[in-house]
Design a protein around this ligand. Structure first.
Ligand SMILES: [Zn+2]
Ligand SMILES: [Zn+2]
Length: 351
């Protein structure tokens, strides 16, 4: 049987369907799994994504020629059947299911298993071949239930507010920021968003995701209010004049990489909260086994370790060399992101 998906210089290509999945170079037909910058780029002739992701893609890429597909809805292209299924990663994220002559392939994009309030929950899709990410594909990565992390963030915020200090929480503006907002206890004080996070938060609200009220720093005239505030800001805001206006603040970083002590130290923040929008090791394992796939192809992350492990458990495992895992939006921040975890792991900036 011939492969339904191969790697070309432009990106992952569905041969019979004649379209690309998250291509990194401009193409005519692109199916986009989600709007993080390493998966969704400008310059394609036509875009197809989950309907829930259209708003975010437009807000990030501007005027694009895009069609939205409901999750589970099927369309045909050159004899292939294409459908999109929730990946549980960020608003509008989808796995791409391709069926051709009885053969089914699923490309996952990025995914996480634990449901959150800001996007549709991950749905396992049966297939013959599963193309998976492996951002946190090492057995050391095991996430605590998100409510525990939210409780930790609220307790840290409450303590800072009681001591008259604002709480600055660095996290990626798309996905992570909104998921954290969904878990904040708005009773503690005002929630201030950096412009980058605020814009995307508005897109989430427009899509019907309920989030607590947020303000921009310019909306706060009473300086004493700032001392009780939590500030949601992208990592690139660290050290800027914008952040200095909060005076004596406590800062924290929320990312899956915070599980590594070295990463916390390199970040130079007071606290690290281990929260990721990617599956941890047990999550990757359960997702892969739920597909029933005999063949698994690993894209970005701990590729070598993951492939070795999958081969040991008897699967036909291989890798695709891709350009995922490097969110251009956060590039100016890359110098402080931990890129090595002792294996072949590379840092995904939106982890
Ligand atoms: Zn992503
Ligand atoms: Zn990614």
């Amino acid at each position: 049987m011939t492969d339904l998906v191969v790697v070309r210089k432009e990106g992952l290509y569905c041969v019979p369907g004649q379209f690309y999945i998250d291509p990194w170079r401009p193409v005519d037909h692109a199916v986009i799994t989600h709007a993080h910058a390493d998966h969704a780029r400008v310059g394609h002739g036509h875009y197809l994504s989950a309907k829930a992701g259209v708003g975010v893609l437009r807000s990030r890429l501007g005027e694009i020629n895009i069609d939205g597909l409901e999750y589970g809805e099927t369309i045909s292209r050159n004899g292939t059947k294409i459908s999109l299924h929730p990946a549980g990663h960020v608003l509008g994220s989808a796995q791409v299911r391709i069926e051709y002559r009885g053969q089914v392939w699923v490309a996952s994009g990025d995914y996480k298993i634990e449901p959150d309030r800001t996007c549709a929950a991950f749905e396992p899709v049966r297939c013959d071949t599963f193309i998976t990410e492996s951002t946190f594909g090492l057995p050391i990565y095991r996430w605590s239930p998100q409510q525990e992390i939210f409780d930790g963030i609220n307790a840290w915020w409450r303590k800072n507010a009681a001591e008259g200090r604002s709480s600055v929480l660095f996290c990626y503006a798309f996905g992570k920021a909104q998921r954290i907002l969904s878990g904040l206890d708005a009773e503690i004080g005002p929630i201030v968003c950096h412009g980058a996070a605020q814009a995307l938060t508005e897109v989430y609200r427009a899509s019907g995701v309920a989030l607590p009220a947020t303000v921009m720093v310019s909306d706060i005239s009473d300086r004493s209010e700032l001392k009780k505030a939590i500030v949601i800001a992208p990592p690139s805001a660290a050290g800027t004049p914008w952040i200095k206006r909060f005076g004596d603040y406590s800062d924290a970083f929320a990312s899956g990489w915070m599980q590594l002590r070295g990463a916390r130290r390199r970040r130079g923040v007071d606290r690290g909260f281990v929260l990721s929008d990617h599956a941890d090791w047990p999550g990757l394992m359960s997702a892969i086994s739920a597909t029933g796939a005999q063949r698994v192809i690993v894209t970005h992350g701990s590729v070598a370790t993951m492939v070795r492990w999958l081969q040991q458990v008897g699967l036909d495992a291989g890798a695709f060399d891709t350009e995922y895992g490097d969110d251009a939006d956060e590039k100016n921040d890359a110098a402080t992101i931990p890129l090595q975890t002792g294996d072949a792991a590379t840092g995904s900036d939106h982890a």
